[in-house]
Design a protein around this ligand. Sequence first.
Ligand code: DX5
Ligand code: ZN
Length: 221
Amino acid sequence: MNIKIAASILSADFSQMGEAVKKLERAGADIIHCDVMDGSFVQPITFGGQMVKNIRPLTKLPLDVHLMTEHPKTQIKFFAEAGADIITVHYEACSKISGGYLRETLLLIKSYGIKCGVVVNPDTDVEKVFDVFDICDMLLVMSVFPGYGGQKFMPSAMEQLKKARARALSVGRGDMDIEVDGGISAENAASVAAAGANVLVAGSSIFRSADMAVAISAMRG
Ligand code: DX5
Ligand code: ZN
């Protein structure tokens, strides 16, 4: 599968967000990854649907909304209407609520005509979400605990990626995107891709580089 780079705007200067998005597109990013944090599921608060709505007209790239919120089902409408192309929700936020909440939330996302995905934290075995692979467009494997950019890649993600890709292939979902998020740089891009990831999220390794285009192509290469 082709490797895609999802540039995380979490590492941008929020007062210059429009410029940052345009710069990422010019530098060759494939996807804009939008980290939504609610101050409860994770401690920081970042932004809501208004940010997605405001950046939507500035780029042709798909907007990948990573919802780090409690009760994600109540948030889908806002992000779908703001122009998200894909919304991913955490298994951990859904599993506290009984009654098929994860599947219902994924189906609600799809009802807006956009793609859906499920996210697993480093301490959630990816096997826990195998039963929604039939409806997922993407699985997101966290390689850090969510909440902050600039953390160190956790090697335990490698096993999660391998298991997930093997399962996707065995159930006829070889087309499913597998995204990895946290601590990704040119140093580990090839190994996470070999383990099964085809969408690589990167924030600090792009924003801290002297040349974004070089950083992005080094990861893709
Ligand atoms: C962390 C976010 C990530 C973050 C990645 O909670 O989900 O998307 O921006 O940042 P880096 O690439 O700096 O680890
Ligand atoms: Zn993210």
